[in-house]
Write a protein that binds this ligand. Structure first.
Ligand SMILES: NC(=O)c1ccc[n+]([C@@H]2O[C@H](COP(=O)([O-])OP(=O)(O)OC[C@H]3O[C@@H](n4cnc5c(N)ncnc54)[C@H](OP(=O)(O)O)[C@@H]3O)[C@@H](O)[C@H]2O)c1
Length: 327
């Protein structure tokens, strides 16, 4: 499988990362282990989880599934979101992150995490405290590289500058939502990360399954899907007219190429400038097989343009005028 460098860390990762949010929920342990086996057999070496995925069960399954293959894998996890109803079992401060990292190490059955990510920003904690805590993890040998997820561009830039100023472990990656349905990071975050050599690891590259072609209309939602399990308001948002129109455009390109919609939507993300590795989600090996075939080829310019036209939304100010005035 194609490999890319993970930001400034020097670690080489497969250009498709295996997400494990379904492990212990949509995928039971046997299905999850089969997914891990197939991913590693296909040449993947990059696996992403989080302490909050299914109450820690995802991390436990990942640890058992990797077993003796652990040292061939670049293993990423995240901390910050609540892990219990105790008010202090959450946040990006030193107390919680230190406990969260130790709990992740225990559940994963490993001595080190290759990429430890802060899952969401925490405005109640100075960025200095979060970053110096991450740095102490690297110095203690428990973590090899650190990353952020769901941060605003201005805070990513501030984090880069603070790490430079104090000699703390640099930010190696950012994990934002990015797909043909959610393109806002193209405005600021994606160019910033490319400029600063920060790896970008897009989550929900299939829009949670909306781009796979299984939803023809908002009125017919197939059972046993993530959208069917969502509350009505979220369902309506996910199956908006715009999203369904984008999904139809993906289907047209897929039909023209003799590929699946999932492969087309993933290939588009995989080859966007600045993207390092989209994170795959799958509930069984069949979906993973389909998604792995998104790699090894590239959409031509005409099809990229067709997808761009269908998914483009009006630019907000000042980006709208910036594009006209500054060329
Ligand atoms: N940092 C964050 O805040 C954050 C947030 C969310 C996710 N993540 C990470 O990103 C990973 C991927 O996110 P995601 O699961 O939302 O990704 P996604 O690829 O957008 O959605 C995956 C879902 O789409 C459906 N699907 C996948 N492949 C398919 C195929 N070939 N054919 C038909 N349906 C298919 C499955 O759901 P159904 O079968 O139920 O339809 C699957 O669970 C997660 O595992 C996690 O590691 C991070």
């Amino acid at each position: 499988m194609l490999t890319r460098v993970l930001g400034r860390s020097g670690m080489k990762v497969s250009a498709l990362c295996l997400g494990t949010m379904t492990f212990g929920k949509e995928a039971d342990e046997a299905a999850s282990r089969a997914i891990v086996d197939r991913f590693l057999d296909a040449g993947g070496n990059f696996v992403d989880t989080a302490d909050v995925y299914n109450g820690g069960v995802s991390e436990e399954i990942v640890g058992r599934a990797l077993g003796a293959r652990r040292d061939r894998v670049i293993l990423a996890t995240k901390g910050r979101l609540p892990t219990s109803d105790d008010v202090n079992d959450q946040g990006a401060g030193r107390r919680h992150l230190t406990r969260a990292l130790d709990a992740s190490l225990r559940r994963l059955g490993t001595d080190w995490i290759d990429l430890y990510q802060v899952h969401w920003p925490d405005p109640s904690v100075p960025l200095e405290e979060t970053l110096s805590t991450l740095d102490s993890f690297v110095r203690a040998g428990k973590v090899r590289a650190v990353g952020l997820s769901n941060y605003l561009g201005k805070d990513i830039q501030k984090a880069i500058d603070l790490c430079d100023r104090y000699g703390w472990a640099p930010i190696s990656s950012h994990q934002p939502q990015y797909s043909l349905l959610v393109r806002e990071i193209e405005l600021d975050t994606l160019p910033l990360c490319a400029h600063e050599r920060i790896a970008v690891l897009p989550w929900s590259p299939l829009g949670g399954g909306v781009l796979t072609g299984k939803y023809a209309t908002a009125a017919e939602v197939p059972a046993d899907t993530r959208v069917a399990a969502a509350p009505p308001k979220a369902q309506a948002n996910q199956l908006s007219d715009h999203n369904l129109a984008v999904a139809r455009a993906v289907g047209e390109v897929a039909a023209a190429l003799g590929r699946s919609s999932a492969q087309v939507a993933l290939n588009w993300v995989l080859h966007r400038p600045g993207v390092t590795a989209p994170i795959l989600g799958a509930r069984h090996v069949g979906q993973l097989d389909d998604n792995l075939a998104a790699e090894g080829w590239q959409l031509d310019e005409a099809h990229v343009e067709q997808l761009d036209r269908a998914s483009r939304t009006p630019l907000p100010y000042p980006h709208s005028m910036y594009r006209m005035i500054i060329r």
